[in-house]
Design a protein around this ligand. Structure first.
Ligand code: ADP
Ligand code: MG
Length: 322
């Protein structure tokens, strides 16, 4: 009988104890992509609340930065900044500054004014602008025409300039969500938006494993990386693309040509924060393995895995097998 009494007592104890230390996960859609949050919590109510806050934070950033939502700051800036300096939030100002920093770092490979040509690509409808349009508008891809003044405003020095933060926004959103979890004392978490992920701590005694998508087999994972406390971002030519006259037309635009960048098929960047990893994955994708790795080697705590247009792998020196 003794074991039965013990078993009954344990059941009672469990019922009386509302603390449920476990993993909580939620998958959702935002910014036209799939997002996830996973966290360890000792309290279900706290976990539910934090998950709701992460979803709300991603949606808030979407409402701020979407090029399609007419009430977004970005939409208004694209409509009006060439005519008159626009007041913008400190947050948006900071993101523009960061974007310009990456333009300078990459000698113009990362350039949010790519959208001056890029807005005419419609990947779902397999529509690309004419060669004539690209040649006429290519000169508008120039981050130097974004003027940020001390009053916290932005102005475009050339008419018809457009910006798009698609190369940095998801990473930024992931950082904001990780920050929110850190402030709530969460020690183990994973946040992902599209190809941008960041992990907080480890997976309680184990490492997190993050898969890199196979660039030519949809849904297949190329490799799994064991990670802790790091941001990882992959840019690929397989996310949004169509084939036209035998050529792959995709969503990463080389500012020097106005066409899809063609030196890489997949670039993965590891960095301390997701904003950096996101911007650099797009940047290195455009630069290609040679110039891309040269740039990465100048940066602290940044690693790269590049698959070039021939399918060959290139690694930054810190990742190379000894
Ligand atoms: P995603 O996670 O959307 O696949 P990536 O990090 O691979 O994003 O970046 C691709 C996005 O970056 C494009 O959808 C576009 O919004 C933006 N982009 C394209 N070309 C450039 C460029 N030259 N500079 C900055 N951003 C770019
Ligand atoms: Mg990116």
């Amino acid at each position: 009988m003794k074991w039965l009494v013990t078993a009954v007592m344990m059941t009672v104890l469990l019922l009386a104890n509302p603390v449920a230390a476990e993993w909580y996960r939620h998958d959702f859609n935002v910014m036209g992509t799939s997002a996830s949050v996973e966290l360890w919590s000792e309290n279900q109510q706290q976990a539910d609340l934090l998950i709701a806050q992460v979803v709300a934070e991603m949606e808030r950033i979407n409402q701020l930065l979407s090029p399609y939502i007419e009430s977004s700051e970005l939409y208004r800036v694209n409509q009006l900044a060439a005519t008159e300096a626009q007041n913008i939030s400190p947050e948006f100002y900071w993101l523009l500054q960061r974007s310009i920093d990456f333009s300078k770092l990459s000698q113009g490979a990362f350039d949010i004014t790519f959208a001056s040509v890029g807005y005419r690509f419609q990947y779902r409808e397999s529509v690309a602008p004419s060669e004539e349009f690209i040649q006429q508008h290519k000169a508008l891809i120039d981050f130097r025409s974004i003027e940020l003044n001390e009053a916290g405003q932005v102005k475009f020095s050339k008419p018809n300039t457009r910006i798009d933060l698609g190369g940095i926004a998801k990473g930024y959103a992931v950082d904001r969500c990780i920050e929110l979890l850190q402030k709530a004392q969460v020690a183990h978490a994973f946040v992902k938006a599209g190809g941008d992920s960041r992990v907080l701590g480890d997976k309680r005694g184990r490492l997190w494993t993050i898969g890199i998508q196979h660039p030519r087999q949809p849904g297949a994972v190329l490799t799994q990386l064991p990670l802790e406390n790091v941001a990882i971002s992959t840019s690929g030519d397989y996310e949004r693309f169509f084939i036209k006259n035998g050529e792959r037309v995709h969503h990463i635009i080389d500012p020097t040509t106005g066409h899809s960048a063609n030196k890489s098929i997949s670039v993965t960047i590891l960095a301390n924060d997701s904003t950096t990893a996101d911007a650099l994955s797009t940047t290195v994708f455009i630069l290609g393995p040679e110039r891309g790795l040269k740039l990465i080697e100048t940066l602290n705590n940044v690693s790269a895995i590049i698959i070039d247009s021939k399918g060959q792998f290139h690694y930054s020196s810190d990742l190379q097998p000894q």
